[in-house]
Design a protein around this ligand. Structure first.
Ligand code: FES
Length: 569
C-alpha cells in the first residue's frame, strides 16, 4: 500500500485513544486483527422501510461486505438519511442537500478509507455522490436496481402508467377497485421505478460518469446478478483504496460531458440536470445549463424506454444496458477513467445489443432527437428545461394565453372548475413551486389537465412552472424556470390572459408583455410564498441556489477533504 491508511489514525493508535477506538468496536465481536492495517470500507446505506425502493439494501450490503472481506478489507456499514420519493412530504428534494451533508460529515468524521454508496430511489443517488465528492476518499456506487416490469391485465406497466390510470379514474373509465388492484401489479418486486424515471436516470448517470462497475444501472433488483455486482464492487473498492483512486480522479469535465451525452441517448429525466449540476459544483467542474443543450443536441434517442418510449429497465438490461449505449456512441464519448481502473471504451468494447427494439443503432435511432433542451427568454432569464422526447411534436412551437395559478393549492382548487377560462391552446402557468417558493421544488410541473379538456380528448398542453417533473412524467412541460417566481423572476409577474410564445427549436420562451408593464407589475408585487423561521427549512430557504445552478446550498459548493483537523480524545 503506497500511503498510510486514514483509518490507522484511529485504529493504529496506542494508549488510551487507541483503546477507546478499538474496544467499543470489539463489542460487536470483531477480532483484533481486523484493526491491524486492513482498509476499512464504509458502506453508506440508505436502507429504510420508508424508502421502499431501497428496502432490500440490508441484503445488498451483505453482498458488498462479502466482497470486501474477500479482498482483505474490513467493512463497516452505517446508515445515512434515506430519501423516499413516494412518502416524504412536502418533497424529497427539499432534503437532498441535508442528506448530502449527513453523508459528507459521516464519512469524514469516521475511520474509513473508502466507501461504498448504496443508492436507489431518486434523491439517494445525488445526495450520496454529492456528500462523498466533498470528502473525496475512494468511493464506488452500487445502485439498488429497478423493479421487475409490472404486469396488469396482461399488459406491461410501470410508474408512468400512474398518470394514465389516475386520469382514467378521474374520467370514470377506471374504477377505484381496478386502480387499487393495479397497485401491487405495478410494484411486484423489490427495487426502484422500472421506467427511465429519475432513479434509473441517476443509475445511468453514475455508470456513465465512471463511478460504478459496468452494467450497474439496469440489472433488476430481484436478479441475482445485482448481488454479484455488489460483491464485486466490495472487492474493487478495497483495491481502489490501495490505488488511492478518488472521485476527483474520475469526475473530470470530460466525464460530465459523457454523462450528458449518455443521458440524452437513454432519454433520462429532467432531474438529471439539477443533480449533475450540483455534483459538478462539489468537484469544482464548471458546468452550465448550456452544456446540456449543446452536448446533447446531436445525440439521437437510442433507448426505447418509458416514459419516452415503450420498454422497461428490465428489457434494457436484457438488451445490454448502458455498456451497449456507450459502445454505440463511442465516437461521441471521451475515454474517461472509471472505478475499475479502466477507461469507458475498454469497459464497453465487448458490449453487444441483444434487442434492437429496445436499443437502436445510431444509424436507425428510436427518435432522431433526444436529450434536454434549454430555453431562454424574458420568462426564464437564466434558463428553463424541457424534454422534447417526452413532449408533443405539435406543441414544439406554440403561442397561447396564460391560465395562471399562484401556487399548487390554487391549482388544485380551480383546475377542474367548469367555469375555468381555458382551452387546449391555453398555457398553464404554475408559480411558487421553485426551490425557495415551495420550498424544495416539488415534482408538480406536469400538472394534470383540466377535466373538461380531458373529456374533449385533449391529451397534452403547454405547462410552465419553476418546479420539477417526475422522471416518469411526460408532456409538453417546461420546468426549472430560473429565476423562480419567489426569487423575483418574471414568472411571478405573469397574469391571466398574457400571451406566451414557446419555440423549442429556437430555444425561446417569451412572455409577450412590454418591459414597462413588467416594471409596473414588479413595483406592485408582494411576496406570496411561505417563509420559515426555524430549523433546516430556514437554512435551506436562505442558502439554496436557483435551479440553473443545481439547487445546492451555496455554502456546500466544493469540498472540505477528508482530513480531520481536531482530535478530542
Ligand atoms: Fe423510488 Fe420511483 S419512487 S424510484
Amino acid at each position: 500500500m503506497s500511503q498510510k491508511l486514514r483509518s490507522q489514525q484511529w485504529f493504529g493508535k496506542k494508549g488510551k485513544d487507541g483503546f477507546i477506538y478499538r474496544a467499543w468496536m470489539k463489542n460487536q465481536g470483531i477480532p483484533s486483527h481486523e484493526f491491524a492495517g486492513k482498509p476499512v470500507i464504509g458502506i453508506c446505506n440508505t436502507w429504510s422501510e420508508l424508502t421502499p425502493c431501497n428496502a432490500h439494501f440490508r441484503e445488498l450490503a451483505q453482498s458488498v461486505k462479502n466482497g470486501i472481506y474477500e479482498a482483505g478489507g474490513f467493512p463497516v456499514e452505517f446508515p445515512v438519511m434515506s430519501l423516499g420519493e413516494t412518502l416524504m412530504k412536502p418533497t424529497a428534494m427539499l432534503y437532498r442537500n441535508l442528506a448530502s451533508m449527513d453523508v459528507e460529515e459521516s464519512i469524514r468524521a469516521n475511520p474509513v478509507d473508502g466507501v461504498v454508496l448504496l443508492c436507489g430511489c431518486d434523491k439517494t443517488t445525488p445526495s450520496l455522490v454529492m456528500g462523498a465528492c466533498s470528502v473525496d476518499i475512494p468511493s464506488i456506487v452500487v445502485s439498488g436496481g429497478p423493479m421487475l416490469t409490472g404486469k396488469y391485465e396482461g399488459k406491461d406497466i410501470g410508474t408512468s402508467d400512474i398518470w394514465r390510470f389516475s386520469e382514467a379514474n378521474r374520467m370514470g373509465s377506471m374504477t377505484d377497485e381496478a386502480l387499487s388492484l393495479s397497485e401491487a401489479c405495478m410494484c411486484r418486486s423489490r427495487g426502484h421505478c422500472a421506467v427511465m424515471g429519475t432513479a434509473s436516470t441517476m443509475a445511468c448517470m453514475v455508470e456513465s460518469l465512471g463511478l460504478t462497475l459496468p452494467s450497474n444501472a439496469a440489472i433488476p433488483a430481484a436478479d441475482s446478478r445485482r448481488k454479484v455486482l455488489a460483491h464485486l464492487s466490495g472487492m474493487r473498492v478495497v483495491e481502489m483504496v490501495k490505488e488511492d483512486l478518488k472521485p476527483s480522479d474520475i469526475l473530470t469535465r470530460e466525464a460530465f460531458e459523457n454523462a450528458i451525452r449518455v443521458n440524452a441517448a437513454v432519454g433520462g429525466s429532467t432531474n438529471f440536470v439539477l443533480h449533475l449540476l450540483a455534483i459538478a459544483g462539489r468537484v469544482g467542474v464548471d458546468l452550465t445549463l448550456d452544456d446540456f443543450d449543446r452536448l446533447s443536441a446531436d445525440i439521437p434517442l437510442l433507448a426505447n424506454l418509458q416514459p419516452s418510449g415503450q420498454f422497461f429497465m428490465e428489457d434494457f438490461y436484457y438488451a445490454g444496458g448502458v455498456p451497449v449505449i456507450m459502445q454505440l456512441m463511442k465516437d461521441r464519448l471521451h475515454d474517461c477513467l472509471t472505478v475499475n481502473g479502466k477507461g469507458i471504451h475498454e469497459n464497453a468494447k465487448d458490449a453487444c445489443c441483444y434487442n434492437e427494439n429496445v436499443i437502436s443503432g445510431m444509424d436507425k435511432p428510436f427518435k432522431p432527437h433526444s436529450g434536454i433542451a434549454i430555453l431562454k427568454g424574458n420568462l426564464c432569464e437564466h434558463g428553463a428545461v424541457i424534454k422534447p422526447s417526452a413532449a408533443s411534436e405539435s406543441l414544439m412551437r406554440h403561442t397561447g394565453k396564460a391560465v395562471v395559478f399562484e401556487d399548487i393549492e390554487d391549482y388544485k382548487a380551480r383546475i377542474d372548475d367548469p367555469d375555468l377560462d381555458v382551452d387546449e391552446n391555453s398555457v398553464l402557468v404554475l408559480k411558487n413551486v421553485g426551490p425557495i417558493g415551495y420550498p424544495g421544488m416539488p415534482e408538480v410541473g406536469n400538472m394534470g389537465l383540466p377535466k373538461k379538456l380531458l373529456a374533449k380528448g385533449v391529451v397534452d398542453m403547454v405547462r410552465i412552472s419553476d418546479g420539477r417533473m417526475s422522471g416518469t412524467g411526460f408532456g409538453t412541460v417546461i420546468l426549472h424556470v430560473s429565476p423562480e417566481a419567489a426569487a423575483g423572476g418574471v414568472l411571478g409577474l405573469v397574469q391571466e390572459g398574457d400571451v406566451i410564445e414557446l419555440d423549442v427549436p429556437g430555444r425561446s420562451l417569451q412572455l409577450k408583455v412590454s418591459e414597462e408593464e413588467l416594471e409596473q407589475r414588479r413595483a406592485r408585487k408582494q411576496p406570496n410564498h411561505p417563509t420559515f423561521e426555524r430549523g433546516y427549512v430556514k437554512l435551506y430557504q436562505q442558502y439554496v441556489e436557483q435551479a440553473h445552478l443545481g439547487a445546492d446550498m451555496s455554502f456546500l459548493r466544493g469540498g472540505s477533504g477528508s482530513e480531520v483537523t481536531r482530535d478530542s480524545h
